[in-house]
Design a protein around this ligand. Structure first.
Ligand SMILES: NC(=O)c1ccc[n+]([C@@H]2O[C@H](COP(=O)([O-])OP(=O)(O)OC[C@H]3O[C@@H](n4cnc5c(N)ncnc54)[C@H](OP(=O)(O)O)[C@@H]3O)[C@@H](O)[C@H]2O)c1
Length: 248
């Protein structure tokens, strides 16, 4: 009989090999690649108390750090960079032997180049840079550069193509797109994203601002445990979850 129990991977060496291999990009894709990572709860909520970290599990952390260890550039919207306090990327010691060289440069994408973003990036050296949309106010670019921030101004046309062109210019084969939802949505709609690495946190969030299961401002977190998962010829993923996360 075929099994529908998904494999459980922890952080032993064999599991780390399996996670690394699972995150290899599709060999048919042509670099520079834009590969998005995101986490959501089972109902599609993407933040708890305004940040995505509240949804994470240790395994999600392994996935997130592996994607960074693979990447040449980390790309993030200014909303996320400010909300999550982005700084220079570090290579996790777990993946250090698989990644030669320095960690990826973080690129923060903006249209308006707000003062708060310049303030945030100043002092991070060249490892946190800004990518500003074509047509950005050039005086703001000058002011940011005067503060020691590296600002790349994107070329005209669709954002995804402009980012790919910047990535090629920076000799970056793999761009790790870490969100947020607005930037991810815009790039998906443009057809500019090559892959999506999606973590499903083992819980349903009821209520709160972000949940589609809104019942009011108060939030109830309902833990879940995955019991079965399977795919189909059309590529869907089908799952069964035990409510409450109890073991049988
Ligand atoms: N669950 C997850 O996986 C996950 C991942 C990441 C973030 N988050 C959460 O999501 C929230 C923030 O996400 P968000 O969707 O509000 O914001 P976001 O996507 O991180 O950033 C939006 C900003 O990015 C810039 N931007 C977007 N499209 C652009 C384009 N085509 N060209 C140039 N700049 C562009 C604009 O910056 P300016 O306003 O500066 O012009 C825009 O306001 C935070 O709470 C964060 O914790 C969750």
């Amino acid at each position: 009989m075929r099994s529908t129990r998904p494999p459980v991977l922890d952080d032993d060496p064999e599991a780390l090999d399996a996670i690394w291999t699972a995150l290899e990009p599709d060999p048919a894709l042509v670099p520079p690649l834009i590969r998005a990572v995101m986490i959501s709860s089972l109902d599609g909520t993407t933040t708890v108390d305004g940040r995505s970290g509240g949804l994470g599990t240790p395994t999600d952390r392994l996935v997130y750090t592996a994607m960074r260890a693979r990447a040449d550039l980390v790309l993030v919207g200014s909303g996320t960079a400010l909300a999550e306090g982005y700084g220079p990327a570090e290579t996790s010691p777990v993946w250090a032997d698989r990644r030669p060289g320095p960690p990826p440069v973080v690129l923060v994408l903006t249209r308006t180049l707000p003062d708060a973003l310049v303030e945030h990036c100043a002092g991070s050296g060249d490892r946190v840079r800004i990518a500003a949309a074509h047509g950005v106010d050039i005086d703001r670019v000058r002011a940011a550069r005067d503060r020691g921030v590296t600002v790349h101004v994107l070329g005209p046309g669709p954002t995804g193509a402009a980012i790919r062109s910047l990535a090629a210019h920076l000799h970056a084969d793999e761009v790790d797109l870490e969100g947020g939802p607005r930037l991810l949505g815009a790039l998906l709609a443009e057809g500019a994203v090559d892959e999506l690495v999606l973590s499903l946190a083992p819980e349903v969030i009821v209520g709160g601002e972000d949940s589609p299961l809104a019942t009011g401002p108060a939030t109830t977190r309902v833990p879940m445990r995955v019991a079965a998962a399977f795919s189909c010829p059309r590529g869907g993923l089908y799952t069964r979850w035990v409510v409450g996360g109890r073991r049988p």
